[in-house]
Design a binder for this molecule. Structure first.
Ligand code: NAP
Length: 288
């Protein structure tokens, strides 16, 4: 069997970004994305800086609000409320994780659903569950687009999602269901995980356990989406799937790095432009 197709997330993301840039150039005013960072977690700071760089390279205005780690929940809610009410701002993103003394759910719930570019509010999650148009979480949206780059019609396929987090596993399972896949969601309590995975036509893994999924967990000809990112002691980055083994069995696989990661960033920009247009009541020219 020939080696799997390596789904080039980086270049697919660049294609989306080029289209978004063109779209932004045609807008009467630049969309504006506001990001809030609480504390100085170096990884979080790096992420928001990347997002800012990305936004600015597309002509999207980005604003970064930094609160000290000891900021109170009330201060953060006050800021979110200000951003909600500011007519110049189209997207509001609160970088997670938040310090332990702050209730993440309460803060995310305070974001106006039509500015919720991460797609994490209960309203957007509910709309996704009802298969209505909404702002959907960036990583699962990127996964679906990568999947469709190799298989346009995924209707009727068996999809197995490993991991059930609110930001990846659950919304991805919902989106696969909305695409008419037959979906199985697995997690840390799942029994006989390899036996379930090997039945998947689409295997999406979002756990954070490097190399967990072995070649013999993969159905020959399956499409594998590896969402996991683990930073190894040798400074390399690894996914949740044993890539070398998977290459010999799968039909297509996303690499780590340069797979799902770049698409996540591109989808945030997509959602920012979508929020800009939706808030103005324009028909979305780029349906998800
Ligand atoms: P998370 O919130 O820690 O969730 C991990 C999920 O994996 C949980 O649902 C957990 O089950 C499940 N799990 C843990 N051990 C398992 C096992 N042995 N068998 C089956 N399931 C198991 O993580 P996350 O935020 O979803 O992120 C997952 C990975 O994706 C991480 O490596 C993260 O860095 C990466 N990520 C990448 C991107 C990207 O853009 N590429 C974006 C987001 C996240 P329980 O629910 O039972 O605990």
């Amino acid at each position: 069997m020939a080696d799997a197709i390596i789904i080039d997330g980086k270049s697919i993301a660049e294609g989306y970004l080029a289209k978004i840039k063109q779209e932004v150039e045609g807008l009467p005013t630049p969309p504006c994305l506001a990001m809030v960072l609480v504390g100085e977690n170096p990884a979080s700071l790096l992420y928001v800086r990347y997002k800012q760089k990305h936004a600015e390279s597309l002509g999207i205005t980005s604003l970064l609000y930094m609160l000290p780690a000891e900021a109170s929940e009330a201060e953060l809610l006050h800021l979110v409320n200000d951003l909600n009410q500011n007519p110049q701002i189209d997207g509001v993103l609160v970088q997670l994780p938040l310090p332990e003394h702050i209730d993440e759910f309460k803060v995310i719930s305070a974001i106006r659903p039509d500015k919720d570019v991460d797609g994490f509010t209960t309203e957007n999650i509910g709309l996704l569950a009802l298969k209505k148009d909404c702002l959907v979480p960036c990583t699962p949206l990127g996964c679906i687009k990568l999947l469709k780059s190799v298989e346009k019609d995924i209707s009727g396929l068996n999809a197995v999602v490993v991991g059930r987090s609110n930001i990846v596993g659950r919304p991805l399972a919902q989106m696969l269901l909305n695409e008419n896949c037959t979906v199985t969601v697995t997690h840390s309590h799942t029994k006989d995980l390899p036996d379930i995975c090997v039945k998947a036509d689409i295997l999406a893994v979002a756990v954070g356990n490097p190399g967990m999924v072995k070649g013999n967990w993969i159905k020959p000809g399956a499409i594998v989406l590896d969402v996991g990112i683990s930073y190894m002691p040798d400074k390399s980055i690894r996914g949740d799937v044993d890539f070398a083994e998977a290459l010999k069995v799968a039909k297509a696989i996303t690499p780590v790095p340069k797979g799902v990661g770049p698409m996540t960033k591109a989808m945030l920009m997509h959602n920012t432009v979508k929020a800009y247009k939706k808030r103005r009541g324009w028909h979305d020219a780029q349906p998800d």
